[in-house]
Design a protein around this ligand. Structure first.
Ligand SMILES: Nc1nc2c(c(=O)[nH]1)N[C@H]1C(S)=C(S)[C@@H](COP(=O)(O)OP(=O)(O)OC[C@H]3O[C@@H](n4cnc5c(=O)[nH]c(N)nc54)[C@H](O)[C@@H]3O)O[C@H]1N2
Ligand SMILES: Nc1nc2c(c(=O)[nH]1)N[C@H]1C(S)=C(S)[C@@H](COP(=O)(O)OP(=O)(O)OC[C@H]3O[C@@H](n4cnc5c(=O)[nH]c(N)nc54)[C@H](O)[C@@H]3O)O[C@H]1N2
Ligand code: SF4
Ligand SMILES: [Mo]
Length: 865
């Protein structure tokens, strides 16, 4: 079969992928050289897509209360429960919770069903946890939710400022484009603003490790500097209102509030002020805050005041996280929006959409935003809920409370690929969804480029596309206008509606795509008018009532202070090789090797104060919940401000669900939760024993702490408990569900127990127990599964096979020790030299910032010696 061109299902960069099924069940994945977003590049997650397509364990048929069911009965059940609930309690007693990973066509159907036919706007999306503050900031400033710029602006700029964005790990291909531009033109300066020293700081000219949450102070100070030093743009300010009020508020901010060294602060302010071509990229470090909308506007204010917007190489750039976060905003997936950038609260807009849809019951008021929606589920205002393509029992703030609310809801339907996600396990009706590569539709990336996702394999079992599920339920609820045969027809209807929106002044008018050849559809940026070059606002025309942009007065605030009882502020976010709740990336062994366990990155001074040793376990808690996390001591975080990743779940590490600790505190304008600033207490977890296990098949340990990761031949488990079992062989047999071990090494006085289980002479499971964290080479041990080599019980690699250490380059499987040996032993001096010697960093390039960090650490050491 020839390659199918499609779009990566992960981040908002929206890279083109060529997928070529090999005819033997496998799929070869390559970057699409013709896709304008990536020109053939892929990051490590994209490159590993082929390893995540196994259908083993997939949800293959609808289930009603744990029993297999037909599509007819499952869809009838969802429709009937929704209709009955509405009849008894009104339209606001039902809700849809959807996702920025849905395709535009899925999203369109969900939105039409809820806002036009059920007559409630209780449809919200995980974009509330992600982009809502940017949406609200854009609408306040521009009158519309419009991202003005294009990716190439990062390459054309003289200064790129990355605020609260770990671009190197979260938008790797865009980061590579930026670094490539800087390599050609070193005058391009890069500044990273992040309390944490991330991989993105490698290759940056300046890192501002500001006080957490102090961004609005920083941009207020910048606005003052712009005004005081003659950098305002009087011509552009004719198109802008609110300068004086914004400046008056900005004047209250003080340098001290930023926590920055005065020289660094001054360097940044001068650089930004004096550089015309400046792009300010921002992401979750800005959005996920209880004053996220203000922070967005503090950034937009500076670009509006200088007129640095919508022209090549300049502008504010809110970068989207999910593959279709932008498409969902365009289609009106948020509870307070209508389709095509129209306004739910504007009667003219509502009437136009109602007329177009021939809708019987338009919602007239915004629905509940995610956090409030789950509160309403909790207190019974919402009695029927349908969750599609998201895992709120893990990723919502106050996740334990959200999980309890879902569990207690009268009726819950979940559409997912897998039956065992933390959310799916709580459903009454489970609907098997067709996944990436099995379905068709469109997505919009961060630069407003619409691309096709195309199927290249049939869905397994009875799995069906999300749009089809939604349209079927709508029809079974008795609604007309949901009888499409294909996503192409839905896209066409949507494009026509956008034409109606265009006549009402909306910028989102893609009616030029009506009747487009859907199969051959090539990536296209809207607006399509060529003279704009895909950018907005250089002409000073905005979508506000008076056509002028609005600078907003921003009274900068800081997150509420920590307390004596909860003295640490917990930052959360992503790791390089995992995607959210790991339902896809968790399947690829090579993606587990980089950072394979939930951890707490803690400053050495904090660790010393708490008596926490490297690789020990910490118990992190507050009134919302409790986690147990592996301690990673690092001066990349500031004292008092540890960091933990968001990826682990009840399936992979039940005590690693970080949102159990995050309060449901939200921004008052956008409703976006403050996911990066929970206050917590930390203390050592009193582990009586630590363990590491390998198993050729999935097992569920019964102990205080466990974390699972996939390896080439099965799974690996990190384990710990307070009280050691009396009989380790019996405990191990029960864990693996296997008869007694075939080999064992024990030193009970030292608390050391090692045992191997074989089947037909081959290693199928192994357990390593110690009183202190198990310091054995995981990379070495995991290669033993399925072999006859029982020397693993010795726990050390043989002399002829040096331990490669933890994986740095996941594509070519090159470990830390191998790289360090080459740097020190062979005197390698550059990332390219490492690539030439070991291959590391030469495939997708995602690890290049880490290679650069290893090199710089080594050269520092040499300089100090
Ligand atoms: N590998 C990977 N990539 C992804 C994803 C993934 O799951 N894995 N998810 C995608 C999605 S949906 C999204 S939304 C994006 C998110 O992309 P990013 O926003 O880049 O990622 P995060 O790690 O959530 O947070 C970014 C940074 O904000 C910093 N930060 C925390 N508090 C503050 C603060 O007060 N001020 C400032 N300036 N910075 C702060 C954190 O230290 C962190 O480094 O990533 C997308 N890409
Ligand atoms: N503490 C903390 N919490 C956070 C964040 C943070 O930075 N810190 N970030 C927040 C952000 S920005 C985001 S975007 C969210 C992400 O959080 P979620 O959206 O909850 O996480 P995912 O793992 O992406 O969930 C997607 C689900 O859809 C399923 N799925 C995959 N393909 C399909 C399909 O084609 N159809 C259907 N129906 N289902 C499918 C997957 O198996 C999975 O269960 O997390 C938020 N939560
Ligand atoms: S940067 Fe990586 S995850 Fe993002 S779209 Fe491209 S290949 Fe996919
Ligand atoms: Mo996101």
């Amino acid at each position: 079969m020839t390659g199918v061109s499609t779009t990566c299902p992960y981040c908002g960069v929206g890279c083109g992928v060529i997928a070529t099924p090999d005819g033997r069940g496998g799929v070869q994945i390559k970057g699409d050289p013709d896709h304008p977003a990536n020109r053939g590049r892929l990051c490590v997650k994209g490159a590993a897509l082929g390893e995540t397509l196994s259908t083993e364990g997939r949800l293959l048929s609808p289930m009603i209360r744990g029993q297999q069911a037909t599509w007819d009965s499952a869809l009838d059940e969802v429709a009937a429960r929704f209709s009955q609930t509405i009849a008894a309690h009104g339209p606001d007693s039902v809700a849809l919770y959807v996702s920025g990973q849905l395709l535009t066509e899925d999203y369109y159907v969900a939105n039409k069903l809820m806002k036009g036919f059920i007559g409630s706007a209780n449809i919200d999306t995980n974009s509330r946890l992600c982009m809502a503050s940017s949406v609200a900031g854009h609408r306040r400033a521009f009158g519309s939710d419009t991202v003005p710029g294009q990716y190439e602006d990062l390459e054309l700029a003289d200064l790129v400022v990355l605020v609260g964005s770990n671009l190197a790990w979260c938008h790797p291909v865009l980061h590579q484009r930026l670094m490539a531009a800087k390599a050609v033109r070193p005058a391009l300066k890069i500044v990273v603003i992040d309390p944490r020293r991330t991989a993105t700081c490698e290759g940056a000219d300046l890192h501002l490790a500001l006080a957490p949450g102090a961004d609005a102070h920083l941009f207020n100070l910048l606005l003052c500097q712009l005004a005081d030093q003659g950098h305002l743009n009087p011509d552009f300010l004719h198109h802008v209102t609110g300068l004086d009020a914004a400046l008056a508020s900005a004047r209250i901010s003080t340098p001290a509030a930023t926590g920055l060294p005065p020289a660094d602060l001054a360097a940044f302010l001068t650089l930004w002020a004096s550089t015309e071509r400046v792009v300010t990229v921002y992401s979750q470090g800005i959005n996920q805050s209880d004053s996220g909308t203000d922070k967005v506007n503090a950034i937009l204010n500076c670009h509006l005041a200088t007129g640095r917007i919508g022209r090549p190489g300049m502008g504010p750039f809110s970068i989207t996280g999910q593959p279709n976060a932008m498409g969902g905003r365009e289609v009106g997936g948020l509870a307070n929006m209508l389709a095509c950038h129209l306004d739910l609260e504007n009667p003219t807009h509502r009437d136009a959409v109602q007329g177009f849809w021939a809708a019987p019951a338009m919602a007239t008021q915004p629905g509940l935003k995610a956090v409030d929606m789950f509160r309403a589920v909790e207190d019974g205002r919402i009695r029927a809920l349908w969750v599609l393509h998201t895992n709120p029992a893990v990723t919502m703030p106050d996740a334990d409370r959200v999980a309890r609310a879902i569990a207690a809801c009268d009726f819950v339907a979940v559409s997912d690929l897998w039956p065992n996600t933390d959310t799916a396990r709580l459903a009454h009706v489970l609907l098997p969804a067709a996944g990436w590569g099995e379905k068709n539709g469109t997505v919009t990336n961060s630069e407003r480029m619409i691309s096709r996702q195309r199927g290249f394999a049939p869905p397994p079992g009875q799995a069906r596309a999300d749009w089809w599920q939604l349209a079927q339920v709508a029809q079974r609820m008795g609604f007309a206008g949901f009888d499409w045969d294909s996503p192409a027809q839905i896209f066409d209807e949507y494009a026509r509606l956008s034409g109606v929106a265009g006549t009402l002044g909306s910028d989102f008018d893609i009616s030029g795509l009506v009747g487009t050849a859907y199969e051959a559809f090539a990536p296209v940026v809207w607006p399509q008018a060529a003279k704009r070059g895909g950018r907005f606002f250089a002409d000073g025309r905005f979508h506000t009532p008076d056509g002028r942009a609005r600078m907003m007065p921003v009274t900068a605030s800081l997150p509420a202070a920590v307390t004596k009882a909860l003295p640490f502020r917990l930052n959360t976010g992503r790791v390089r090789d995992q995607w959210h709740t790991m339902t896809r990336t968790g399947m690829a062994p090579r993606l587990t090797q980089h950072l394979g366990e939930p951890y707490l990155e803690l400053h050495p001074a904090d660790a010393a104060g708490l008596g926490l040793a490297p690789a020990s376990l910490a118990e992190v808690s507050n009134s919302h919940g409790r986690c147990i996390l592996r301690v990673m001591i690092s001066d990349k975080v500031q004292p008092g401000h540890p960091f933990a990743p968001m990826h682990w779940t009840g399936e992979t590490a039940p005590t690693g669900r970080i949102d159990a600790l995050v309060p449901g505190l939200t921004d008052p304008v956008s409703g976006q939760p403050a996911s990066k600033s929970a206050t917590v207490a930390i203390r050592p977890f009193a582990a009586g024993w630590y363990g590491f296990a390998l198993s050729h098949r999935d097992v569920t340990p019964a102990c205080d702490y466990w974390a699972e990761g996939r390896t080439a031949g099965g799974i690996q488990l990190e384990l710990a408990g307070q009280v050691a079992p009396e009989d380790w062989p019996a405990w191990a047999s029960a864990l693996f569900d296997l008869p007694s071990p075939s080999a064992m090494v024990s030193d009970p006085a030292q608390g050391v127990h090692r045992m191997a289980f074989t089947s037909h002479g081959k290693l199928v499971a192994a357990l390593f127990i110690a009183r202190t964290p198990v310091l054995l080479s995981r990379a070495h041990l995991t290669t033993a599964l399925g072999t006859t080599d029982l020397s693993v019980l010795a726990g050390r690699p043989a002399a002829d096979r040096p331990d490669p250490g933890p994986t740095v380059c996941a594509c070519l499987n090159v470990g830390l020790n191998t790289i360090l040996r080459a740097i020190t032993g062979d005197g390698l001096m550059s990332v390219d030299a490492i690539g030439a010697a070991l291959g590391a960093g030469t495939n997708c390039g995602s690890c290049r910032p880490e290679l650069a960090a290893l090199l710089s650490r080594h050269s520092h050491r040499e300089a100090a010696e």
